[in-house]
Ligand binder design. Sequence first.
Ligand SMILES: CC(C)(COP(=O)(O)OP(=O)(O)OC[C@H]1O[C@@H](n2cnc3c(N)ncnc32)[C@H](O)[C@@H]1OP(=O)(O)O)[C@@H](O)C(=O)NCCC(=O)NCCS
Length: 165
Amino acid sequence: MIGFRIGPLDAAVDAASFHCGQAVLDEYIRRYASQDVRRNLARVFVASPAADPRRLAGYFTLSAGSVGCSDLPAALARKLPRYPVPVALIGRLAVDSDFQRKGLGAILLADACRKVVQVSAVLAVAGIVVDAKDGSAARFYAHFGFVQMPGQSGRLLLPAKALPA
Ligand SMILES: CC(C)(COP(=O)(O)OP(=O)(O)OC[C@H]1O[C@@H](n2cnc3c(N)ncnc32)[C@H](O)[C@@H]1OP(=O)(O)O)[C@@H](O)C(=O)NCCC(=O)NCCS
């Protein structure tokens, strides 16, 4: 089992060789991620093999967001007010093809959830929203308990109560 280090996006990491099978996610980490960090639109975290710290094996982004009550699953919407509620957004999460199906996606998702739990002590969120780029990505998130948001194709939610304390 390979050991990974996860930390904030770092210019020393080689994003040019990153390929995950979704061109938009490759393009994002190469061209736009550092701009988003500078403009406070997203925090970007990268994973590298412990033995090869310049290699980019995977990444995810975290931002604040909000969702309307009608976009929430009915069971959750019933317990919440009718105005938009705050959420944490995993806007992008991707693993390089060389590292897929080896557990890194699960490690990145768990790390993102852990970070949200820490932040939620000082900034309330009703859940975590993810944007799945296709059906396969949606199945990956569903595997970890995320549920489809009604009327929001590709958006899934993990309610805050499902997060580890
Ligand atoms: C989706 C993605 C992040 C999964 O990462 P990964 O490292 O291959 O996934 P893991 O090896 O950690 O898999 C963790 C679990 O999810 C399951 N899983 C992984 N991909 C899956 C998929 N496409 N459909 C269903 N389950 C999936 C695995 O079987 C594994 O299950 P287990 O815990 O029972 O063994 C990765 O394939 C990827 O980057 N794809 C392209 C980009 C993308 O679609 N990103 C998500 C949208 S932003």
